[in-house]
Ligand binder design. Sequence first.
Ligand code: PLP
Length: 416
Amino acid sequence: MAHLSPLLKQATPVLVDHADGLNVYDEQGRRYLDFTAGVGVTSTGHCHPRVVAAINEQATKLIHGQYLTVMHRPLLTLCERLGNVLPPELQSLFFTNSGSEAMEASLRLVRHATGRPNIITFHGGFHGRTVGAASMTTSSARFRSGYSPLMGGVHIAPFPYAYRYGWDEPTATKFALRELDYLLATATAPQDTAALVLEPMLGEGGFVPANRIFLEGLRERAEQHGMLIVMDEVHTGFGRTGQFWGHDHFGVQPDILVAAKGLTSGFPLSFIAASDEVMGKAWPGSQGGTYGGNAVACAAAVATLDVIKDENLVDNAAVMGRRLIDGARTVARDSGIIGDVRGLGLMIGSEFTDPDGEPDPARAQRAQQEAVERGLLLQICGAWRNVVRMIPALTVDASQIDEALTIWTEAVRSAK
Ligand code: PLP
């Protein structure tokens, strides 16, 4: 009998039957509070009525209007809506199906636009599993191991992950920028370097925000050397961090913005956004694909963007995020097994460490499992898989945050 590959590792044993909002129900009718949101995808919660209505309506009219063959209204409407939330300079869009595919598209674009071969990525970044994206990924060796030779031309600079270095943020930032200069002086000359590629906050790599000084430093060097900045907002986009885009926290704009996850509340759809000037330097015919800009996915995206706006979900993410991080910090203080709690908006990570400050994946995983057994769905991230992440839908309310924190308190206590 055909079955799923044993290589797929599931974070919970839950066999889901149906879901609404932040609630997920298994086949026996047991309710779980979902603080994973399908790895940050179901931004408006599961099956938001307006998103469901838009999907149903579109599915009866047109499911697949292949965008290299014909144009369809949902795609045009989505372009218009995205124009309102994207930086005014980045209004040229190319749609793909997944975060990895969009990252591959950004890679092709920066090489075409600059005529340069090399890329600098930042240590701890996750950009996907396809060869180009995996070559830029350093959040964990398991995404690269046994997959060599990966794509050439990728150089890795430090990310200001202050807690890991055991420094304060200014020291970690100064170090990261100095090492970037050293890399440009020793390994990849500016005239060979097309782009700096980064997440505004490490996701898979352990939920570590960048900071303003760091990003200003990148912008300065990008301007000086004619390099482009590619911001991978696949995880951080659409209000997840309490600002519409993750980079909004730091006041530094990318040249190419890559987005996916929270865009549609669940359908596979991603895109890259750039200026007309940058997009115009790429080679005609170099963008395309069979499924990009699927009509039902576009309808779901338009409805999702409308719900995010009409229900003030970006502000809600900021307010609820503060409640969540404050609560998670209290749990950490009382536990003695969580060394750091950090994040932005509704993207909060608790890093488990032993008394010597070394990563403690066993306790992190025990706490995550204890939470699942008590009805709270959570996931793990970080290089050592010792960071428990909380990423509820942007619709989360105070009572759901408090319910999650009550379960989390008990789960951490049991994991000691
Ligand atoms: N970039 C970031 C920041 C991500 O978080 C992810 C997925 O988690 C990806 C890229 C890859 O996206 P996908 O899994 O849709 O290929």
